[in-house]
Design a protein around this ligand. Structure first.
Ligand code: XIL
Length: 348
């Protein structure tokens, strides 16, 4: 009689197994993804949209655990005239992040682009000499890092300082200050906020061999001189017309082996327009692989997308005929890429 009862009970219970409850570990949004992998999931923020578009703001604050200012912390934005600082946008971004429990990446202290005209023209016409330029840079880094002391988890201290051929980038910094400007920048930033993680950040570092080797040797040199450098940022501007950078996780590991944190700082995956379902599927796979690569490396702490919606993306303005690079469409509807990020399994 007893085995019969058990059989009956199992038969009655069978539908429960046929319709399992949803897996409680299956992420339902990007904050769940962040929790599952114990990394930050971020987006670049377009400050005008943050101010003006309620739906944009709502999705940003709901989905992301991290933000980076797309432009609001660049030199031309914060000091458009010499000695005249305009912090309102950057402050608003940091304050919005605080209210929504989001970490902030500061982007960026030193770059060759988006410098204010007073600086570039002063250097060009000789009215700012090398000694003064060095002092201007020290002052800029110190002032900006101090302003957000304790509020910014990580700074992109130097951005894009290596050329594609592996030489140091020709910029006003290299030309007038010599290669030592990189160590100086890190030291000044560290002095201004000793707790902030200090990063070197670049594009094509996912696959470009000369760039990888030079960046590794910059890091080794800085470490040998006891310069405070804590992380390397891979921008991750990808396009589906190129192969996925298949060795990326190994490249990340080479930097991690030097003791650095890793972050994917500006991920987007563009395509040649028009959009097709096939292209969206390939794009989704690139996003999935980027997250899988990051979570396969213990030192990888953050994956940030360079804009989360095709409504606001730098791609159409910078790459002719290309676009649709983000994980949500213009109406903030989820694309296959969004779902692909939810599906990445936890690392074992
Ligand atoms: C881009 C912004 O997205 C644009 O809005 C701006 O006009 C130009 O800069 N690498 C970087 C980012 O480090 O700062 C760049 O952002 C994209 C490439």
């Amino acid at each position: 009689m007893k085995p019969l009862l058990i059989a009956l009970a199992l038969t009655l219970a069978a539908p429960m197994f046929a319709h399992p409850h949803p897996d409680p570990h299956q992420p339902r949004d990007l904050r769940d993804v962040a929790k599952l992998h114990r990394i930050a999931i971020g987006s670049a923020v377009d400050i005008a949209s943050l101010h003006a578009e309620q739906d944009y703001r709502k999705v940003l604050n709901r989905e992301f655990t991290h933000v980076t200012a797309e432009n609001a912390m660049k030199w031309e934005s914060v000091e458009p005239e010499r000695g005249v600082y305009t912090w309102a946008d950057a402050d608003a971004l940091v304050e919005n992040a605080r209210r929504n429990h989001q970490q902030v990446r500061g982007h960026t202290l030193l770059w060759h682009n988006q410098l204010p005209a007073w600086l570039t023209s002063g250097v060009a016409d000789g009215s700012i000499d090398a000694a003064e330029l060095r002092e201007i840079l020290r002052e800029h880094i110190t002032t900006q890092v101090k302003r957000y002391k304790g509020k910014i988890r990580a700074w992109d201290v130097v951005n894009e300082v290596v050329e594609e051929d592996g030489s140091l980038r020709q910029s006003i910094w290299l030309t007038h200050l010599g290669p030592g400007y990189i160590a100086d920048a890190f030291r000044w930033a560290h002095r201004a906020d000793p707790h902030a993680k200090l990063y070197i950040n670049d594009y094509n570092l996912e696959w470009n061999q000369p760039k990888i080797e030079t960046t590794l040797s910059i890091v080794k040199d800085l470490k040998a001189q006891r310069v405070p450098i804590h992380g390397v940022g891979f921008q991750g501007h990808l396009g589906i017309q190129y192969d996925y950078p298949g060795d990326w996780a190994n490249v990340m590991r080479r930097f991690a082996d030097l003791g650095l944190e890793i972050a994917v700082t500006e991920l987007d995956v563009r395509m040649v327009l028009p959009v097709t379902p096939d292209k969206l599927a390939t794009q989704a796979d690139y996003y999935r692989r980027a997250l899988a690569d990051c979570v396969s490396v213990k030192a990888c702490k953050e994956l940030t997308v360079w804009g989360y919606t095709d409504r606001h993306s730098w791609v159409p303005g910078w790459f002719e005929g290309e676009g649709a690079a983000c994980i949500l469409d213009e109406n903030l509807a989820r694309k296959p890429a969004y779902d692909a990020l939810l599906a990445v399994p936890r690392r074992r």
